[in-house]
Design a protein around this ligand. Structure first.
Ligand code: 5GP
Length: 230
C-alpha cells in the first residue's frame, strides 16, 4: 500500500522496515528451560538473531564455539571489557560473560531484533544503557523439584556446579518483578507461545515505528482529497 506525504511516498512495507530492532532479553535461573525457548524462537521467528556472548567458562561437550558462545581466555575478556567492546558483562558462577557491542548495534540499526540469553546483572546494565529498546522476559520453572531434575537430566555439569547454580537461583528469583514479563514454564509449548506473542506484540509498538506517523498522515491526506473534508 502506498500513500503520499508532502511529496514523499511511504509504503506500509517501508513503515515496517524502518522499525528499529528491539532487544529481547531472556533470563532465568538455570534449569527453567530458557535455552529451549530461545532456540525455538530463533528457529521459527524471522528477523531475530542471537547475540552470541563471550565467556571464560569451559565449553560443554554439546556446545560449538562461535555458535553458543565465543569461548575466550580471561585475559582476552578483560581486554575487551577494558576497551569498551562489551555492551554489558557480569561474573556468573565464577566465570565471566559479556555481550560484544558491535554485532548488536549493527543488527539493531538494520531493523533486526536481537535475542539475549543473559543474567539479571546484564539485564540491569541494558536497562541503564538502552531501556526503551529492551523487552525483558523472566522464565521460571514450575517447581524447584522440576528445576533440579532438569539440571540433572542435562548431565553436563558436575554435582558441585549444579549446587552452585541452585544457590545462585535464590538471589536471581528475587528479581522477578523487575522484568517486563514473567513466564512459568510448566508446559513448553505454552511457554513458547507466550514468548512468541510477546515478541510479536512488542514489534508492533507505536514508538518502535518512526515511519508509521508519516504513513498515516499520508493516508489522512489521501482521505481528505477523496472526501473534500478538512
Ligand atoms: P551458562 O553457563 O549456563 O551458559 O550461563 C550461565 C548464566 O550466564 C545464564 O544465566 C546466562 O543467561 C548468563 N549469561 C550468558 N551470557 C551472558 C552475557 O553475555 N552476559 C551476562 N550478563 N550473562 C550471561
Amino acid at each position: 500500500m502506498t500513500t503520499a506525504t508532502g511529496g514523499t511516498m511511504v509504503t506500509s512495507e517501508e513503515a515496517e522496515a524502518r522499525r528499529r530492532g528491539l532487544m529481547l532479553v531472556l533470563s532465568s535461573p538455570s534449569g527453567a528451560g530458557k535455552s529451549t525457548i530461545a532456540r525455538q524462537l530463533l528457529d521459527q521467528e524471522t528477523n531475530l538473531k542471537l547475540s552470541v556472548s563471550v565467556t571464560t567458562r569451559p565449553r560443554r561437550s554439546s556446545e560449538i564455539d562461535g555458535v553458543h558462545y565465543h569461548f575466550i581466555s580471561r585475559e582476552r575478556f578483560e581486554q575487551m571489557r577494558d576497551r569498551g567492546e562489551l555492551l554489558e558483562w557480569a561474573e556468573v558462577h565464577g566465570n565471566y560473560y559479556g555481550t560484544p557491542r558491535d554485532p548488536v548495534e549493527e543488527a539493531l540499526g538494520l531493523g533486526q531484533d536481537v535475542l539475549f540469553d543473559i543474567d539479571i546483572q546484564g539485564t540491569f546494565q541494558l536497562y541503564e544503557a538502552v531501556r526503551p529498546d529492551v523487552v525483558s522476559l523472566f522464565i521460571l520453572p514450575p517447581s524447584i523439584a522440576e528445576m533440579k531434575s532438569r539440571l540433572h537430566r542435562r548431565a553436563e555439569d558436575a554435582e558441585d556446579v549444579i549446587q552452585r547454580r541452585l544457590k545462585t537461583a535464590v538471589g536471581e528469583m528475587k528479581h522477578w518483578n523487575e522484568y517486563d514479563y514473567v513466564i512459568i514454564n510448566d508446559d513448553l509449548q505454552r511457554a513458547y507461545d507466550g514468548a512468541r506473542s510477546i515478541l510479536r506484540a512488542e514489534r508492533l509498538r507505536r514508538e518502535r515505528s518512526p515511519a508509521i506517523g508519516p504513513f498515516i498522515e499520508g493516508m489522512v491526506e489521501d482521505l481528505k482529497r477523496e472526501t473534500g473534508e478538512d
